[in-house]
Design a protein around this ligand. Structure first.
Ligand SMILES: [Fe+2]
Length: 444
């Protein structure tokens, strides 16, 4: 099966691209229309850009790749390329730049979008790699959706009255707990066929893993609160030396956005405090915290390959699926994605999204930290630019997988890779644990 069978011809591909571009833009508008202009230009955290920078940056990338490169059209605003180049402008410096004010930023992104719709009408999806299967359009859709998730994280850091409302995620439908044994053997990691997969998801390659055990669900608030209650943040035994040094330096005591509340904890979600609910996956923890919890629990974080095998490998056929539930696009019964809800769903809420091995909530809810540093798959080649991922390869970043409640389905697959520094927790990050198989558990 190849995913292009869903979109076999140029007409359907064109419609699909137009729908996805419009869907991303509608979300960008929700995120930027929710606050006034003063709020759009403010920096809500030194970790984040002003929302108005994200907005015009989204338009600038769209101009660079679609208007100028794919379309071969004249530049709209070449003079602002430098301002919106994420590599030339560190986040902390962005508020001081002569950025387009909100009305001009909105006008700019809509001018660019009009040109893109115009050129989309006439584009031929040739074999040129940038346009084959509409790749450059898919890359820009994903780029906008990724910035939308970043903007959602900025909203989570913003102080002031709440501006977002959403229904709560679904309640548990099944009981999920314990661990799943994944038998030893090879599986296919990465992809050659997913048309909009980004360079770091490629190529597909075979990986052999010894048998291992992985949690059937992400670590919950209840379990994480037990770690805190038992002195987890006061005992260096559970922490790496770098993690312990970081804890002491910044005074970590609990996940970001938590505060003590009676005997328990409260969690501030988009301007509203709510009691921490025990059966929801913990979110806003850094890699160091995840690693410390796992050690305390007598386990470890999964490697990236272990995460992906648990998510994609189908023991009945031996092949790797696009998603845990199969190859079909996510629906609201599979996963908590796309900002439909403003926090993770309780464990057991998505039985239809489980993998063949019975591992739940791998997609959506929370990005899951893995133990793996960010590198290219064997045979990796940067495309279409080194700055998407290759410049981040090395020991500084840890890989996160699976997407969060704030990740759109266009930017989330069983192969999709995210990465961040071990100290970062303003992202919608959680984790699940894994462990080696004890000799007496080894399958026949
Ligand atoms: Fe970007």
């Amino acid at each position: 099966m190849t995913e292009t069978t869903d979109r076999p011809d140029g007409v359907r591909l064109r419609e699909h691209i137009a729908t996805e571009l419009a869907r991303a833009r509608a979300r960008t508008e929700v995120l930027t229309d929710a606050v006034d202009d003063a709020d759009l230009v403010r920096q809500h955290s030194p970790l984040m850009s002003p929302l108005v920078w994200d907005l015009a940056h989204v338009g600038n990338q769209e101009e660079l790749w679609l208007v100028r490169d794919v379309g071969g059209r004249e530049p709209v605003r070449q003079d602002i390329d430098e301002l919106y180049d994420a590599f030339k402008q560190p986040r902390r410096d962005r508020p001081a730049l002569p950025l387009l004010p909100p009305p001009q930023a909105r006008a700019y992104v809509s001018t660019v979008r009009d040109k893109v719709f115009d050129l989309l009408d006439g584009v031929t999806f040739t074999d040129r790699r940038l346009v084959a299967d509409g790749f450059a359009f898919g890359m820009i859709v994903q780029h906008e959706q990724q910035h939308d998730e970043t903007m959602l994280a900025t909203h989570q850091l913003r102080s002031g009255p709440a501006v977002f409302d959403a229904p709560p995620p679904p309640e548990p439908r099944v009981r999920v707990g314990g661990e799943v044994l994944v038998p030893a053997g090879e599986f296919t990691m990465g992809t050659d066929t997913d048309p909009w997969a980004l360079d770091n998801e490629r190529p597909a390659h075979r990986v052999h893993l010894p048998a291992y055990v992985i949690d059937a669900a992400p670590v919950t608030n209840g379990a994480y609160a037990a770690f805190i209650a038992e002195g987890g943040y006061r005992d260096p035994r559970w922490w790496s030396s770098a993690g312990w040094a970081h804890l002491q330096e910044v005074g970590l005591t609990a996940p970001l956005h938590w505060r003590p509340d009676g005997d328990g904890w409260a969690y501030r979600r988009f301007g509203r405090w709510a009691p921490v609910r025990d059966d929801e996956p913990v979110v806003h923890v850094g890699w160091y915290e995840a690693q410390a919890y796992a050690t305390w629990a007598g386990k470890r974080l999964p490697t990236e390959a272990e995460w992906e095998k648990a998510a994609r490998w189908d023991p009945a056929t031996g092949r790797s699926r696009r998603y845990p539930w199969g190859d079909g696009e996510p629906t609201t019964s599979h996963a908590n994605l796309g900002q439909q809800h403003l926090w993770p769903a309780p464990v057991g809420a998505y039985p239809a999204g489980a993998s063949p091995l019975g591992v739940h909530q791998l997609i959506g809810d929370v990005w899951e930290w893995t133990s793996t540093t960010f590198r290219g798959h064997p045979g990796f080649t940067a495309f279409p630019y080194r700055e998407y991922s290759e410049v981040f390869f090395g020991d500084d970043y840890r890989v996160l997988r699976g997407g969060s409640f704030g990740t759109d389905r266009a930017a989330c697959r069983g192969t999709f890779r995210n990465w961040d520094y071990p100290i970062r927790r303003q992202i919608f990050s959680g984790f699940r644990c894994a462990r080696d198989v004890a000799p007496e558990e080894a399958p026949e």
